[in-house]
Design a protein around this ligand. Structure first.
Ligand code: GLU
Length: 459
């Protein structure tokens, strides 16, 4: 059996960490087994679904490096891949169930259903349909009411083995006859998913824990339609550090925002791969992750998303970047070899590209000197250090590492200063700040002429 999986987002929001992780686990599993990964857009909620969200979701997924074999934009033999374009398929299957007596039309009014629900809740019972229209045989169809189609839920126990949670069992008495097609002719989530998973020949459903309670209903539908159910894996929810679930409304959770903040796709992939799974340490490529992915290794307890972990993967990703790519992402031209060397060395200080750009700009851009800087720079000992520094610097053409070590050694010898009293005046004069990247890298970034200009001001 060749593996076929699907990622089935609803285009009602941006791609967030949760659904990106669902997509990733599907993608990794599929690649591991040489199968086909399908994107299906679940856009039957016409009020909340937008084309814009669909476009963003697909763009973000592609940006993360996950290509798909079939989907709304790439086509494939089992389309269409948007549920809104499949409504007639669902209706024909619903009609088949009604003909077989496995589903029925229900004419109960909204008011009756609301009253029923209120009454059940007031009595402490789980709200569910009481089956009034189950055996409704009137030759006269009630006028003015568009019926919904309900599935006739048989009384039975449903058992299945989830790859993450193990053996599970549910009693159908926990839920009433549920709607499979609404009065507007739109299939319900549970019905559409079952028809689609069957017709698209999905072999493995990997999705969030929040769908676990839907699975028994879906299994009933697979059985009623004479279709075989896929294998199920329900992956644990992702919680924030506050132990509350991340949602697509969570501002820190959207992939687009993380991209805007300067996080790289491979860092995000590595961070989300660790939410419920523990591959080996370190920044791994998508193919490396895929080569060891196994559903049995997924954890069933909630995963905690920690932004610090993402930052540390991003730092690793920046360190591993090719120089040309690094300079292109910084929007910088490498002025000379020393400048390039310095950027390469200081990249480890930043957890994002914009942060690295800020560090470079803070050294190369206009410098401001605050009171603390001026207080030090106006001290006589500071002027002595800066004079010696300027004299020694003038001797060298290029301020590389060797030149820097010689200059500092000479200034130390000439002035007798060391530690803070040696370095602080130089650092303050060059950058206006007390702390920052190594002095040698500051010199490499700004070059001899600019360095001397900054120093001489304070002599
Ligand atoms: N459209 C559903 C969601 O976004 C996914 C359904 C499924 O994976 O079965 O939550």
């Amino acid at each position: 059996m060749s593996v076929r999986t699907r990622f089935a987002p609803s285009p009602t929001g941006r791609l967030h960490l949760g659904n990106a992780r669902t997509a990733l686990f599907n993608w990794l599993f599929t690649r591991r087994h040489g199968g086909k990964f399908i994107v299906r857009v679940e856009d039957t909620d016409t009020e909340r679904s937008t084309k814009e969200f669909e476009k963003n979701l697909l763009e973000d997924l592609r940006w993360l490096g996950m290509e798909w074999d079939e989907g709304p934009d790439v086509g494939g033999g089992k389309g269409p891949y948007r549920q809104s374009e499949r409504l007639s398929i669902y209706k024909s299957y619903a009609a088949r169930l009604v003909d077989n007596g496995l589903a029925y039309n229900c004419y109960c009014s909204r008011e009756r259903l609301a009253a029923l629900r209120n009454d059940q809740v007031a009595r402490g019972l789980p709200p569910r349909y009481d089956g009034r229209c189950r055996d409704f045989r009137s030759p006269v169809i009630p006028a003015g009411i568009e019926p919904v189609t309900r599935f006739r839920v048989p009384a039975r126990e449903i058992r299945f083995t989830d790859n993450v949670h193990g053996e599970l069992s549910f009693e159908t008495s926990a839920f009433g006859d549920f709607v499979i097609v609404g009065s507007d002719g739109v299939a319900s989530y549970n019905f559409a998913v079952v028809i689609d998973d069957a017709l698209m020949e999905i072999t493995h459903v990997i999705r969030g824990d929040d769908h676990l309670s839907n699975t028994p209903r879906q299994i009933l539908l697979f059985d009623a339609l004479g279709l075989s159910a896929p294998s199920f894996s329900h992956i644990p929810l992702i919680l924030g550090k506050n132990k509350l679930p991340l949602s697509k409304r969570d501002p820190s959770g959207s992939i687009g925002e993380l991209r805007d903040e300067g996080f790289l796709p491979i860092a995000i992939v590595n961070a989300i791969a660790r939410l419920g799974w523990s591959p080996e340490e370190g920044l791994l490529g998508l193919d490396d992750l895929a080569s060891t992915f196994a559903l049995e290794d997924l954890s069933s307890s909630p995963a905690i998303f920690d932004i610090e972990r993402l930052k540390s993967f991003n730092r690793e990703a920046i360190k591993g970047m090719d120089d040309a790519v690094l300079f292109a992402s910084l929007g910088l031209v490498a002025r000379d070899k020393l400048f390039r060397e310095a950027v390469s060395e200081i990249r480890g200080n930043a957890s994002t590209i914009p942060e690295l750009k800020d560090i470079i700009d803070s050294v190369t851009g206009p410098i401001e000197y605050d009171e603390d800087a001026l207080a030090v720079l106006n001290e006589p000992y500071a002027k002595t250090v800066l004079t010696a520094f300027s004299d020694e610097t003038s001797i060298f053409d290029l301020l590389d590492g060797t030149a820097y070590n010689r200059i500092i050694a000479e200034v130390r010898k000439k002035t007798g200063e060391k530690g803070q009293r040696l370095f602080l005046p130089i650092r303050y004069a060059l950058t206006g700040k007390k702390e920052g990247i190594e002095l040698v890298n500051i010199l490499k970034l700004i070059g001899k002429i600019e360095a001397l200009k900054r120093i001489i001001r304070f002599i």
